[in-house]
Design a protein around this ligand. Structure first.
Ligand code: SF4
Ligand code: SF4
Length: 189
């Protein structure tokens, strides 16, 4: 089970700032508390459950969230969600419950094509850490960010977060962008 918590717009708009990093850590705290409470509850009910917090795990929460149908990948390597764009943090609970309901999956396949017309995150990243085209790793997975380059502003400038602040899906509404893009694509055919 994968969970998202929104990072408030007013704090992210000020990135990079102390207010932004406080908001990031608020969401880490809220998510950590939630997944631990949910795991405790499930164990009380007789299921196996393991909380995966938003920070410090070696699981790829973005891939898990995508596979759970919560959003698609943006060029910035972040989960783009219909409700809050990229302005979310993620956590999860691993459990052995069978037949969990699965989110109704929206079509996110158009996101890479849209990102190919945007590039805002690539242009605005202060470390030039976002790849124009994702690197394909040995295991076939995609890597969107040069994490060594990103680590410098991330650690020195309050968590940076410019790639969220500048994302089209943060500045505007996902559903409006999707509707306009799909209309344009249909008209071009
Ligand atoms: S956090 Fe900052 S440095 Fe890292 S990828 Fe995003 S914009 Fe670039
Ligand atoms: S800023 Fe543009 S290119 Fe980057 S993830 Fe957001 S929509 Fe895609």
């Amino acid at each position: 089970m994968v969970f998202t918590v929104e990072m408030k717009k007013t704090a992210i708009e000020q990135a990079p700032s102390k207010k932004t990093i406080q908001e990031i850590f608020r969401t880490y705290y809220e998510l950590g508390r939630a997944v631990n409470l949910i795991s405790d509850f499930l164990r009380e009910k007789g299921f196996n459950a393991q909380a995966i917090p938003a920070i410090g795990s070696n699981l790829n929460l973005t891939v898990m969230a995508r596979d759970a149908g919560l959003g698609g990948f943006g060029k910035n390597g972040l989960l783009i969600t219909p409700d809050y764009g990229p302005s979310v943090r993620l956590a999860a609970v691993l459990t052995d419950i069978e037949n969990l309901p699965v989110n109704q999956r929206l079509d996110y396949d158009w996101l890479p094509d849209f990102c190919a017309t945007c590039h805002a995150c690539v242009k605005k990243c202060p470390a030039q850490a976002i790849y124009e085209k994702p690197m394909i790793c040995k295991d076939g997975s995609e890597q969107h960010i040069d994490y060594k380059k990103c680590a410098v502003p991330f650690s020195k400038q309050h968590g940076c977060t410019v790639c969220i602040k500048e994302c089209a899906f943060f500045k505007s509404d996902y559903k409006k962008i999707a509707a306009a893009y799909i209309r344009k694509e249909k008209a071009a055919k």
